[in-house]
Design a protein around this ligand. Structure first.
Ligand code: SAH
Ligand code: SF4
Length: 440
């Protein structure tokens, strides 16, 4: 989401006559786009700001430093007064105000706008994508969150839920397709709660699938409460809607889920998983897990392990609980699971997950996949990498005349817990591959 927001900020600043540079040393203005979701995200930002303070000294003060995003809203006073690290603080709904705020800084004032909006979706702003691979792009379709999970700071830093109109999204997808992008990830804090007044998320996904049959569509991050059967059917039927779904569980225990204020039980969650696998055969699943939430007992932790063992996720984002100011958990519960217990539980969760991933990846050996080439592999220029429809990274030897943005068919030959190795078969397309699948 921050990558996508930065692309919006690029656009606003370049429209105002500014030019991007590649090195901090060459900049007159530096913005740090920040995240508040966990304490270590914030720690990283503080360290970065200290580096920029040193740079500012080297440049005799001829450098403006600004904080954008979620941290801006949360700790503006600390940032502005105590630390004296920053000249300007701008929250996620106030980016249109940046040129004016920069002018205030030029006039010798500190500048702040952290107002949250009920309407802002930046729908009319054409993001300037400077750092992507030219193959995959992010498109933000909704912003904010109304769910108020007990542990989460997002509703406080990003405000209420609002959706961008479908027409502007489809226009952007058409432009991306014309520019040669082959994959788009639709983004939102609760992306599948999308509702622009006329279209549901299922409607939007269908429309998105029709823009360019050779452009893959993914989405992130959805919430388990908004997966009607209609949506799963559409994903199953349209070959360019990827068969990969992220369903954040957070915990596998009902009492913890209730304390977290997640609106489902373990049983309902498992029913949803079953329904997804029934309607979308071969779908891969990933999740988010928090270990050591307030009052979590050893038994409750074991329920999370058992949920994960039962579902067998292809991928999981696993965190230890980090208390955030203003959240319900901070006000109502005690952050009473000792740090070393949280860490130990987290390692148990990670270890089990790595074993499951390796087991699932081993089952991939011998299977044929359609891979969208994203570029050369990190290890060697002689190898290419890209993802399957099911979101698994595949590395394979570079054949002649194949490059970024091509679809290729590969047979999986080997794996680790994180990556699949493949043998190139032929250049292909979504259409060709899905017809072959039907024929099989
Ligand atoms: N809207 C999505 C999640 C977005 S936040 C959903 O509700 O499913 C991304 C992930 O960060 C969350 O799923 C959660 O696992 C993690 N997270 C959020 N707040 C956290 C906290 N206080 N401590 C640890 N992890 C947290
Ligand atoms: Fe945070 Fe997601 Fe819950 Fe919203 S739904 S409060 S973003 S965890």
């Amino acid at each position: 989401m921050n990558v996508s927001d930065t692309e919006i900020v690029n656009s606003i600043l370049m429209e105002d006559g500014m030019e991007p540079v590649n090195e901090p040393e060459d900049a007159e203005v530096i913005f740090v786009n920040t995240c508040s979701i966990r304490d270590n995200a914030e720690e990283r930002v503080w360290n970065r700001l200290k580096e920029f303070k040193a740079l500012k000294r080297e440049k005799d003060g001829d450098l403006t430093v600004g904080v954008l995003g979620c941290m801006a809203e949360r700790i503006r006073d600390k940032i502005m007064e105590k630390e004296e690290l920053v000249d300007l603080v701008v929250g996620p709904d106030a980016y249109r105000d940046l040129p004016k705020l920069l002018a205030d800084v030029d006039d010798g004032r500190k500048a702040v706008n952290v107002l949250l909006s009920l309407e802002e979706t930046y729908a009319d702003i054409k993001p300037v994508r400077r750092n992507d691979n030219g193959v995959s792009a992010f498109v933000t379709i909704m912003r904010g969150c109304d769910n108020m999970c007990a542990f989460c700071v997002v509703p406080f830093t990003r405000g209420r839920e609002r959706s961008r109109d479908a027409e502007s999204i489809i226009d952007e997808l058409e432009q991306l397709s014309n520019q040669g992008y082959r994959e788009v990830t639709l983004l939102g804090q609760n992306v599948n709660s999308y509702d622009d007044g006329e279209h549901s998320f299922a409607d939007l996904m269908y429309k998105a699938s029709q823009v360019d049959p050779e452009m893959r569509i993914r989405f992130s991050s959805p919430h388990p409460k908004d997966f009607p059967e209609e949506l799963l059917q559409i994903i199953s039927e349209q070959p360019n809607l990827c068969n990969y779904i992220h369903i954040p569980a957070q915990s596998g225990n009902n009492a913890v889920l209730e304390r977290m204020r997640r609106p489902y039980t373990r049983e309902q969650y498992l029913d949803l998983v079953e329904k997804m696998r029934e309607i979308i055969p071969g779908v891969t699943l990933s999740t988010d897990i928090i270990s050591g939430f307030c009052d979590e007992t050893e038994e409750e932790h074991k329920d999370t392990l058992s949920l994960m063992a039962k579902v067998k996720y292809d991928l999981a984002y696993m965190f230890s609980y980090s208390e955030r100011g203003r959240t319900l958990a901070e006000r109502k519960y005690e952050d009473n699971v000792p740090e070393e217990v949280k860490k130990r539980r987290l390692s148990e969760i990670i270890e089990q997950q790595m074993n499951i991933q390796e087991e699932l990846n081993n089952e991939e050996i011998g299977r044929r996949h359609l891979v969208l080439v994203e570029g050369t592999s990190k290890r060697s220029d002689e190898q290419l990498c890209g993802r399957t429809d099911t979101n698994k990274m595949v590395v394979f030897d570079r054949p002649d005349h194949i490059g970024k943005g091509d679809y290729v068919e590969v047979t999986i030959s080997d794996c680790t817990s994180a990556t699949l190795m493949g043998d190139f078969i032929k250049k292909s397309s979504i259409k060709e591959f899905s017809q072959e699948k039907v024929a099989v």
